[in-house]
Design a protein around this ligand. Structure first.
Ligand SMILES: Cc1cc2nc3c(=O)[nH]c(=O)nc-3n(C[C@H](O)[C@H](O)[C@H](O)COP(=O)(O)O)c2cc1C
Length: 406
């Protein structure tokens, strides 16, 4: 099993890694570089959020406002970032959140990220509307592949259940139904550029593509990214928009508690619900037998009125933390953010945009670089706060002034 901070294989590789570390030591710099290399509509699709993007900013503010009182005079040699989730050991308490249409940011983004997740032994969650299929990702990342599930209510949930069957047959380790997509999202940047999947090349978009030659070459070589998991279901829904139309017409609303109970019965492996914000919902989910929860506001992409997931985390941990595995995403941008989430009770964290920024900025080199960045920072921050393992994070003295009391 590869160590998370695995050293490079040869001299040439080592030189390249060192150069990338010097040039792109933060997620913010990767984002800046991706913005230059990727057509604006594709960058904005990933970077943007709902309405006025207040929730997205709230996630960043929440992390910035948390303080940690470090302990010194403790031996922190031999730090281990390993974490056990559902009976399996992963190399670090961070993983890759599900992201639909990742191929818009860079061709084969999902395949590249899944390959590196497998090599480094961190969880990789494939999105229902990803640009890669369940079957392909299961082959690339057999040990770390989790599958995110949206709701398709027509025909007594026929598509939902077929997706579950496929995930099961392919060997997905964990099923992750997402519940926070109750309504359509209004993302002004996408509206402005007319982004739909598959997208149509209008004059504005054509000019943006012309200004991004490397991206355009990849697009010509690999073709337009498709919503691979849904391709087989489009008959009956297909209009000009095919899978986009299927998502719009059939994929409506949040899985209800009854539906989740049915899915729970059907899926024998670990079952994790993503998008939990209300402690009362967390209680009901634990009562129906989930193995874990991801506290998330979808990176602010759906409901702009939601709290930062970090601000609601302690209330959820206090409600159900002793009975289920509580994890968190939305706003993680580095090792210190991961430590803050662990200190406030998360067992593991996930991030979305940082991984796609890395791929947009660096192509094939992106996944390794961003995992190096998170892993290196995490080890250093463990030392700064005086802990040697994920388990010890519960001893961290932390101050959070914005926490919700529900
Ligand atoms: C481009 C993009 C597409 C996404 N698609 C999905 C999706 O299909 N299913 C899902 O559950 N979450 C989706 N998300 C939300 C992420 O899983 C995650 O909750 C969010 O990105 C976390 O916030 P962060 O980007 O600040 O890390 C998407 C996020 C992005 C950026």
């Amino acid at each position: 099993m590869a160590e998370i901070g695995a050293a490079s294989q040869n001299k040439q590789d080592a030189a390249k890694i060192a150069r990338l570390r010097r040039r792109f030591p933060t997620v913010a710099l990767l984002r800046k570089r991706a913005r230059m290399r990727v057509p604006r509509f594709a960058f904005d699709f990933v970077d943007g959020a709902a309405n006025d993007e207040i929730c997205r900013q709230r996630n960043a503010d929440a992390f910035a406002s948390v303080e940690i009182l470090p302990h010194y005079c403790v031996e922190t040699k031999g730090v281990s970032t390993e974490v056990e989730l559902f009976g399996r050991k992963y190399a670090a308490p961070f993983g890759i959140s599900p992201m639909g249409s990742g191929g818009l940011m860079w061709p084969k983004a999902e395949q590249m990220l899944a390959r590196e997740a497998q090599r480094r032994n961190i969880p990789y969650i494939l999105a229902t509307p990803a640009s890669a299929s369940i079957e392909e990702i299961a082959k690339i990342a057999p040990d770390v592949f989790w599958f995110q599930l949206y709701r398709f209510a027509d025909n007594d949930h026929a598509i939902t259940y077929d997706l579950v069957r496929r995930a099961e047959e392919a060997g997905a380790q964990v099923l992750v139904p997402t519940i926070d997509s109750a309504g359509k999202s209004k993302r002004p940047r996408d509206i402005r550029w007319g982004v739909k999947v598959p997208f149509r090349i209008g004059p504005m978009v054509a000019a943006q593509i012309a200004a991004a030659p490397f991206w355009a070459m990849g697009f010509l070589k690999h073709g337009q990214p498709r919503t691979e998991n849904l391709a087989k279901y489009i008959e009956g829904y297909a209009t000009r928009d095919n899978t986009g139309e299927l998502m719009r017409v059939n994929s409506t609303g949040s899985h209800t508690f009854d539906e989740l109970a049915r899915l729970r019965d059907r899926w024998k492996k670990p079952f994790v619900v993503k998008g939990v914000l209300h402690p009362a919902d967390a209680e009901r989910l634990v009562a129906l037998g989930v193995d874990g929860l991801i506290v998330s506001n979808h990176g602010g992409r759906h409901f702009d009125g939601a709290p930062a997931s970090l601000d609601i985390l302690p209330a959820i941990v206090s409600a159900v933390g002793s009975r289920t595995t509580v994890m968190l995403d939305s706003g993680i941008r580095g090792g210190l953010d991961i430590v803050k989430a662990l200190a406030l009770g998360a067992k593991c964290t996930f991030a979305g945009r940082p991984y796609l920024y890395a791929v947009g900025a660096l192509g094939e080199d992106g996944p390794r670089h961003i995992i190096d960045l998170f892993a290196d920072e995490l080890k250093i921050e463990f030392q700064h706060v005086g802990i040697r393992s994920v388990a010890e994070a519960s001893n961290i003295t932390v101050r959070q002034t914005r926490a919700w009391r529900v």
